[in-house]
Design a protein around this ligand. Structure first.
Ligand SMILES: C[S@@+](CC[C@H](N)C(=O)[O-])C[C@H]1O[C@@H](n2cnc3c(N)ncnc32)[C@H](O)[C@@H]1O
Length: 228
């Protein structure tokens, strides 16, 4: 697959801000008890059905989300477009394998994962490319494999050309849960859970709702048998 043009802007943007945005990005999870509960519940759900809970976080950034999932029993690794982000994550969480990679063309065999997590990273993929990326997630998941998506809810795109004192060209696409659920359905996922929380008033980040969808590869259990 040829690399789409938007990836270069995203990669350069996160390379530029990797060191300076570390504290606020990590605080985001520390300050979000419901997100932590969802991530912990997701990890337990995966472990209940998959004895070998091999998990990939795509767009793993500073590594905090992957590290949280690891402490909840998932055998997690991370990929990120940005080498600077990967470098930061490796230094901070040396027990976890992080590597450079792109979510639209994963360096993994078909059906090799029990779970895949995209926590605020699919937000950088333009709408037209999202179905192909979700199909790529489906390709690498085993029968009964789980998908977790975290995102900002909306129908617009926030373009940022300056962040933490650096010139960047980053697009943050808000995602509509109905449209995303339909994309999951088309790719072969059953919807397991759908969650929207209103912005927490004390959060300094953009006051917009936050969404979570959980999908499961349709029609089979972890052994590959038909699931009613
Ligand atoms: C908002 S950060 C979220 C980081 C992390 N998931 C977390 O929870 O803190 C988005 C990350 O996704 C990465 N990213 C964006 N598009 C990507 C793509 N197509 N493939 C891999 N990583 C991507 C960025 O480089 C960035 O590190």
């Amino acid at each position: 697959m040829t690399e789409p043009a938007y990836l270069a802007a995203t990669r350069h943007g996160y390379d530029a801000i990797a060191e300076s945005c570390a504290a606020p990005y990590r605080a985001a999870l520390d300050d979000a008890p419901l997100d932590r509960a969802l991530l912990a519940g997701f990890a337990e759900t995966v472990r209940r059905e998959h004895a070998d809970p091999v998990t990939l976080e795509v767009g793993s950034g500073h590594g905090g989300t992957a590290a949280f999932l690891a402490t909840h029993g998932l055998d997690v690794s991370g990929i990120d477009l940005s080498a600077a982000m990967v470098d930061f994550a490796r230094r901070t969480f040396p027990q976890i394998a992080f590597r450079v990679g792109a979510m639209h063309a994963l360096d993994l065999a078909d059906a090799s994962l029990a779970a895949l997590v995209s926590w605020y990273s699919l937000i950088h993929v333009p709408a037209g490319d999202r179905p192909a990326v979700v199909a790529e997630f489906r390709r690498v998941l085993r029968p009964g494999g789980y998908l977790l998506l975290g995102f900002q809810v909306g129908d617009d795109t926030r373009h940022v050309d300056e962040a933490y004192g650096h010139a960047v060209a980053l697009d943050f696409h808000r995602l509509d849960p109905d449209t995303l659920a339909a994309t999951l359905d088309t790719a072969g996922f059953d919807l397991v859970a759908r969650f929207v929380r209103v912005p927490e008033p004390r959060h300094t980040a953009a006051p917009i709702p936050q969404g979570v969808l959980v999908g499961r590869v349709r029609g089979q259990d972890a052994a590959g048998d038909p699931r009613p």
